[in-house]
Write a protein that binds this ligand. Structure first.
Ligand code: C2O
Length: 295
C-alpha cells in the first residue's frame, strides 16, 4: 500500500517490526543492521564472485538489479511478518511516481514515531517535492513544486516507456559469472532509482549517507519503501504495460543466498522471482498519471 496513505495503526505495527529487528542480537541475520549489511555484501564490489577471485561482485548496474532487490524485500517482509506474528503485514511503497506521493512519506518523517535515526538531507524533508532526476551535486534545481511535479511525471514516462522499449533496456545488461561488474544499468535503476537515493541522503556526510551510498542505504527504513516502489515498476512493466521479461537461461538460473525469517540461509533463483503470485504478494492497480506525460 502507498506509504503516504497508511493508517496510524499500520505505522505502529511497522514501527514495532523495525524495533523488534533492531532488538535482535547483532549476530542475528534478521537484525535490522544485518539486513542493511546483506545489501552491502552484494553491492559496491566488496566481495569476489565465487570461483573468480579476481572478479568483484555487484548486483547493481546490471540485469540482476530487479530480481535481487525483489528477493531482499521478500525476505525483509517475511522477517517482519514473523516477528510481528502477523501474516497479513505487508511492506509499504513510497509512491514517488504519483503527485500525491512525491514527498518523504509522513510515516518516515514523524519524529514521535522515531522510525528514522538515520541521516538525510535536511533541505529535502516535507513539504519538499522530490526531484526524480536529481543530480547529486549538493544543489537543488530550485524550481517550484508544481513544475517539479510535471517534470517528475515526464521523467516517469521517459523511463518507463521511451527508455524501456526492450527487456535489456528496462532490466539492464547481462552480468555473467566471471564477467566484470557494472555492465550497464536498466532505465529505472539509472533514473529515478539512483536519483532518489542521492536526493534523500545527507550531502554534509562524507558519502551522502545514509541513502546516498550503497553500504549505508539500508540503515534508513525509507530504503525498503523506495525499493518497494522500484519493484512496483517491474510489476507495472509486466502487468500494465505487458512487456516481456528476459528469457535468457543465464538470467533465469542466476541465484543468490538470503537469510530467511528463521535466520537460515536459503538459495533463491531469478526464475522464482518473476512470478509475484508465487511469492504471495501483489500491488494494487493504481492510476498512473505519468502515462499521459509524454514530454
Ligand atoms: Cu541496492 Cu537502491 O540499491
Amino acid at each position: 500500500m502507498p506509504a503516504h496513505t497508511v493508517s496510524h495503526d499500520y505505522v505502529k505495527k511497522y514501527l514495532s517490526a523495525i524495533a523488534k529487528m533492531k532488538n535482535l542480537s547483532l549476530s542475528d541475520q534478521r537484525n535490522f543492521y544485518q539486513q542493511a549489511n546483506v545489501h552491502c555484501v552484494y553491492c559496491d564490489e566488496g566481495y569476489s564472485q565465487s570461483g573468480f577471485p579476481d572478479k568483484k561482485l555487484d548486483v547493481h548496474n546490471s540485469w540482476l538489479f530487479f530480481p535481487w532487490h525483489r528477493w531482499l524485500l521478500y525476505f525483509f517482509e517475511r522477517i517482519c511478518k514473523n516477528l510481528l506474528d502477523d501474516d497479513t503485514f505487508t511492506l509499504p511503497f513510497w509512491q514517488w511516481d504519483d503527485s500525491s506521493g512525491m514527498q518523504i512519506p509522513p510515516m518516515f518523517n514523524d519524529s514521535k514515531f522515531s522510525l528514522c535515526d538515520c541521516l538525510r538531507n535536511p533541505k529535502h524533508l516535507p513539504p519538499k517535492v522530490v526531484d526524480l532526476a536529481y543530480n547529486y551535486k549538493g544543489t537543488d534545481s530550485g524550481i517550484d513544486p508544481k513544475t517539479q511535479i510535471q517534470y517528475n511525471c515526464c521523467t516517469m514516462y521517459t523511463q518507463m516507456i521511451t527508455h524501456s522499449s526492450t527487456a535489456p533496456l528496462f532490466f539492464g545488461q547481462p552480468l555473467l559469472g566471471g564477467g566484470d561488474p557494472d555492465p550497464g544499468a536498466g532505465s529505472i535503476e539509472t533514473e529515478p532509482h539512483n536519483n532518489v537515493h542521492d536526493w534523500v541522503g545527507d550531502p554534509s556526510q562524507p558519502n551522502n549517507e545514509d541513502m546516498g551510498v550503497l553500504y549505508a542505504a539500508g540503515r534508513d527504513p525509507i530504503f525498503y519503501a523506495h525499493h518497494a516502489n522500484v519493484d512496483r515498476m517491474w510489476y507495472i512493466y509486466d502487468n500494465v504495460l505487458k512487456r516481456k521479461n528476459i528469457k535468457d537461461p543465464d538470467w533465469l538460473n542466476s541465484s543468490f543466498i538470503f537469510f530467511n525469517e528463521a535466520a537460515r540461509p536459503v538459495r533463491v533463483t531469478v526464475k522464482d522471482s518473476t512470478n509475484l503470485a508465487k511469492l504471495g504478494y501483489t500491488y494494487p492497480d493504481l492510476p498512473l498519471s505519468w502515462l499521459d506525460c509524454k514530454p
